[in-house]
Design a protein around this ligand. Structure first.
Ligand code: IPM
Ligand code: MG
Length: 359
């Protein structure tokens, strides 16, 4: 039975990094006999240009039919002035929400070869391996009402941050389940000293904890968590948090590892159907120049094989190939350090393919 993957290159550096990830995917498919097929579509600015909206109904249909989605990145200056309701990012939020991809896994792992690329001291980050579990289809990103109005002669804008107990419970479970297969430590991040939604968050996480007696649970306010991440990041194993806090903390955690160009992500529904994308954006400043780091997208392919297709051996092999290429001293600009050899997007992708071929 063949399995289908929808490829959405998106905008900016999206098509360049996706091209490299697809090379790696195709080779893994062959080598491990995975029986995967791909179809391609548009999301974000590319979709606005072709269909007039950032996510066409036909693309959403396709996304519902396939087993997994591989996404590059969306957005760019070309669409910055477009009407708000059809901004490229709305397409991304819509596909996450329509597919019910509530569990966003963002691992921040420091490859030992990149210890120099981190802005923190090597002893603070060496061996770092954190997993951020971000709620992805609720909270302030989707809450209503949200609007900009005119009141008393001035503009006023507001957003809403709602969480229901079922939304909190299911993401908390993902956090605990992940902790169970790792080091059994879960830190729930909230702002319960101020926000009502965070107070409920904390209550529900405490309730779910009763089902996981082996997991050591802690709670941390988000401001402290942001500080602890740069002070002593290795105290964390799994962190679970809401949509907006997870957005911010995952960017912060990524830099501990040297570059956001190294961070993959998985966004899963209740049945492990998933969308896989690098954590970084479309980087319009370097788009089209062949400079972007394709490793986060390549590692996203590895996560896809692991979580949606249950192909751990193939997933491990891709990760090993990435590690080998770093051993060889190849670096894109974002992770470049002294004595290494700087390469472009395609050369990095080809090197991973070659390493995977030899494994
Ligand atoms: C991310 C991105 C998105 C988000 C943007 C592009 C809407 O920053 O995936 O982290 O905020 O979720
Ligand atoms: Mg973000």
């Amino acid at each position: 039975m063949s399995k289908k993957i929808l490829i959405l290159p998106g905008d900016g550096i999206g098509p360049e990094i996706i091209a490299e990830a697809v090379k790696v995917l195709n080779l893994a498919n062959e080598k491990f006999n995975l029986g995967l097929e791909t179809v391609e579509g548009e999301l974000g600015g590319a979709a606005i240009d072709k269909h007039g909206v950032p996510l066409a109904d036909s693309t959403l249909e396709l996304a519902r039919e396939v087993d997994a989605v591989l996404l590059g990145a969306v957005g760019g200056p070309k669409w910055d002035t477009i009407e708000k309701s059809i901004r490229p990012e709305r397409g991304l939020l819509k596909i996450r929400s329509e597919l019910g991809l509530f569990a966003n896994l963002r691992p921040a792992i420091l490859y030992p070869q990149l210890a120099d690329a981190s802005s923190l001291k090597p002893e603070v980050v060496s061996g770092l391996d954190i997993l951020i579990v971000r709620e992805l289809t609720g909270g302030i990103y989707f809450g209503a009402p949200r609007d900009q109005i005119v009141e008393n002669g001035e503009r006023k804008a507001f957003d809403t941050l709602p969480y229901s107990e079922s939304e909190i419970r299911r993401i908390a479970r993902v956090g605990f389940d992940m902790a169970m297969v790792r080091n059994k430590k879960l830190c729930s991040v909230d702002k319960a000293n101020v926000l009502a939604s965070s107070q409920l968050w904390r209550e529900v996480v405490e309730e779910v904890a009763k089902d996981y007696p082996e997991v050591e649970l802690s709670h941390m306010y988000v401001d402290n968590a942001a500080m602890q991440l740069v002070r002593a990041p290795k105290q964390f194993d799994v962190m679970v948090t809401d949509n907006m806090f997870g957005d911010i903390l995952s960017d912060e955690a990524s830099m501990l590892t040297g570059s956001i160009g190294m961070l993959p992500s998985a966004s899963l529904d209740a049945n492990n159907k998933g969308m896989y994308e690098p954590c970084h954006g479309s980087a319009p400043d370097i788009a089209g120049k062949g400079l972007a780091n394709p490793l986060a997208t390549i590692l996203s392919v590895s996560m896809m094989l692991r979580y949606t297709f249950n192909q751990a051996a193939a997933a491990d092999a891709i990760e090993q190939a990435v590690s080998l290429v770093l051993d060889q001293g190849l670096r894109t600009g974002d992770i470049m350090s002294e004595g290494m050899r700087q390469v472009g997007t395609a050369e990095m992708g080809d090197a991973v393919v070659a390493a995977l071929q030899q494994l």
